[in-house]
Structures are given as structure tokens and as C-alpha cells.
Design a protein around this ligand. Structure first.
Ligand code: ATP
Length: 351
């Protein structure tokens, strides 16, 4: 471990809402360290507790147990405004009667800075999000993406050490969302601020993050770089949640072999007891169309994407199988194909 304090340390944090029979445990013994200047993402399905964890860091909720440190200092007893963090919410919550510049300056006026300094910093924050030219407009005169940028400028202007972002792009349409993703990443690198980003969108998480914590049911299931999470998911849930994957059910037949329910026997499952039920996972781009391949399948659908071909296959037991091949691999619908499953591309999860 290096000796510099992490930007944020969450240690054994638990949180429940409600009492007695109506009590719901939302976070169970969650621990995570987030590095200085890291773009860190909390990713998981609705209700997994990611927003609650963010609100605990911000100070909008109180912990049941555990502690939270920011920059090496315990903050769990501090109110939100005494913590060196700022939050950007899903709804931009701009003041409609104030101009763009006034909205951004508002956050600075709370800090008791001289007026000229407030103006300078607000201008600087607006330049950073490329909204300097529209400083005199009211929020109603801006597009969704522009409003989101103003909300970001407002959060950046007080120069927080940490910015907490709760699904900040989810109200934008897809095209704008993609543009803002790139801008957000650049902004984070430029401003040198630690970002803690909440999303349920796995593609967004893979695109933006230095590291991702995948959450389910109030726990962190896996913590790693986008590549680690995609290529080496530690749980069946993570494999299924991130990207596309084929999950084939089967039974360990011994000697490092698995008999799949579709009838094929493959080399996998070393270390599992004979007879154990397992799930074998393989990404669509890792499976290969090969004559003599171990899986027998029928082609049910072919989509030509220009850069690749996506094939939907049906296995002998009727189960679906997705395969991504080169663009010029275009088998006929209804045709029979054989699929090879390279053993280094397989992951086996105990059922
Ligand atoms: P989403 O993506 O839908 O926002 P999430 O992963 O951010 O989901 P949380 O908002 O952290 O999830 O909520 C986790 C669970 O805690 C949910 O079941 C939610 O209903 C519950 N919860 C959150 N806040 C409260 C509260 N103030 N009182 C009672 N239950 C709450």
C-alpha cells in the first residue's frame, strides 16, 4: 500500500433504512479506497445501493456503522457543507431566474470570497465547460446538454477535491450523452479532481472509468479496471451485467471436462468436483466458427454491422448462442455451423 492517503476511504460501512419489520439493509459492510485524481465508478442495477453510498460520502445520510475518510480525515460527523466534496445530481437543479454566470457564482458566494474573485472563478469554471459565451443566458434558453454543463461548472467552481456525480448524464439523449461522456473525461483529467460517478449503464462505466466497483444487493461484488471486469468477471452476475456474454449451463464430468446441457463436452471446470452444476461463460467475440468445432448450432439470425457480423445461433438443446465474427463471415439463416470455444476464453462459475 502506498503511504499517501486515498482521496476517499470507505471502511466497513453499513446502512439500513426503516425500523423493526420494515427495516431494509441497503449497504452491508462496504469497504473501498478511491485514489487521488481517480475516475471511480459505482455501477450496478437499480436499488443496489450506489446512490446511498454516494450520499453517505457527501454527508446527506448518516452511517449506521463503519467510517468514511476524505483525504485521510474522518468526515462521518461533519455536515455536507463542511466536507471537501461537491455533488452533481441527475436533475441539474439550476435556478431559473438567475443567469448562467449567476448560477455558477452562487456556489462561490457562499464561500465569502471577494466579488472580483467570485467573478473570475465563475468565468474560469464556465470556460472549462465551454459555456463562457452563454454566460448571460437563463437556463430556459439552454439545451439539456448546456444546462448539464452549467451544473458541472457550478460544482467545479468552488474547486472541490472530490466531485460526486449521480447519473449526471441520464437525462440526455444518446448522442448528447456520448459527447458529454468524452467531455466529462477530459474535464476530470484537466481539473485534476477525483470523480466518484454513479451509473447503471455498463457501457458508460467502461468508457469513462479508471476503476469500477460493481455492486449488487448492497455489496461490492468486484472492484477493478474496466478491462479486468470485462475480461475476468469474478461472479456470474458481473459477467452477465457487463457486456454481452453466453452463459452455458452444464455439469462437471470429471478430469477437467464439463458436459454442457446442449450435449457438447468441453475442456473446462478444472478444480470443480465431478457432478457439480456449473455455468460456463464466453464472450461472443471469443467464440469461433470452425469446422469441427465442439458446439453444433443452427443459424437463426445474422446482423451485418459493417465492422463485424453478429450471429444468433440455436444450440442442440434449443438454447441461444451469440457469436461475433468478421464482417465477411455471413452464413445463411437456417444453415448448420460448428463453434469452437477456446479454453482460454472460458470462465466457469459454480452454480
Ligand atoms: P437507482 O439506480 O434506482 O437510484 P441505487 O443503486 O442508487 O438505485 P439506492 O438509491 O441507493 O439504489 O437505494 C437502495 C435501496 O434503498 C432501495 O431499495 C431504496 O428503495 C432504498 N432506500 C433508499 N433511500 C431510502 C430512504 N430514505 N428510505 C427508505 N429506503 C430507502
Amino acid at each position: 500500500m502506498n503511504s499517501a492517503p486515498s482521496a476517499i476511504a470507505v471502511r466497513s460501512v453499513s446502512k439500513s433504512f426503516g425500523r423493526g419489520d420494515a427495516m431494509v439493509r441497503v449497504l452491508s459492510d462496504v469497504s473501498v479506497e478511491i485514489g487521488v485524481r481517480e475516475f471511480f465508478t459505482l455501477l450496478g442495477p437499480s436499488g443496489c445501493g450506489k446512490t446511498t453510498l454516494l450520499r453517505l460520502i457527501a454527508g446527506f445520510e448518516e452511517l449506521d456503522s463503519g467510517d468514511i475518510l476524505i483525504d485521510g480525515v474522518r468526515v462521518d460527523h461533519l455536515p455536507p457543507f463542511r466536507r471537501p466534496v461537491n455533488t452533481v445530481f441527475q436533475s441539474y437543479a439550476l435556478f431559473p431566474h438567475l443567469t448562467v454566470a449567476q448560477n455558477v457564482a452562487f456556489a462561490l458566494e457562499l464561500q465569502d470570497l471577494p466579488r472580483a474573485e467570485v467573478r473570475r472563478r465563475a468565468g474560469e469554471a464556465l470556460e472549462m465547460v465551454r459555456m463562457g459565451a452563454l454566460a448571460a443566458r437563463k437556463p430556459a434558453e439552454l439545451s439539456g446538454g448546456q444546462q448539464q454543463r452549467v451544473a458541472l461548472a457550478r460544482a467545479l467552481a468552488p474547486r472541490p477535491k472530490v466531485l460526486l456525480l449521480d447519473e449526471p448524464l441520464s437525462a440526455l439523449d444518446l448522442k448528447l450523452r456520448k459527447e458529454m461522456q468524452i467531455e466529462l473525461k477530459q474535464l476530470q483529467a484537466e481539473a485534476g479532481i477525483t470523480f466518484v460517478f454513479v451509473t447503471h449503464d455498463q457501457e458508460e462505466a467502461l468508457t469513462l472509468s479508471d476503476r469500477i466497483a460493481v455492486m449488487q444487493g448492497g455489496r461490492i461484488l468486484q472492484l477493478g479496471t474496466p478491462r479486468e471486469i470485462y475480461e475476468r468477471p469474478a461472479h456470474r452476475f458481473v459477467a452477465d451485467f457487463i457486456g454481452e456474454i453466453n452463459l452455458l449451463e452444464g455439469q462437471v464430468s470429471g478430469h477437467g471436462k464439463v458436459r454442457l446441457d446442449c450435449g457438447a463436452e468441453i475442456s473446462a471446470g478444472a478444480g470443480q468436483a465431478a457432478g457439480a452444476r456449473v455455468t460456463v461463460a464466453i464472450r461472443p467475440e471469443r467464440a469461433r466458427l470452425v469446422r469441427g468445432g465442439v458446439l453444433q448450432a443452427e443459424v437463426t439470425h445474422v446482423a451485418y454491422l459493417g465492422t463485424a457480423t453478429i450471429m444468433q445461433l440455436r444450440l442442440a438443446d434449443g438454447g441461444p448462442f451469440l457469436l461475433r465474427a468478421a464482417a465477411d463471415d455471413l452464413p445463411a439463416i437456417g444453415g448448420r455451423v460448428q463453434v469452437d470455444l477456446p479454453s482460454d476464453a472460458l470462465q466457469v462459475f459454480a452454480a
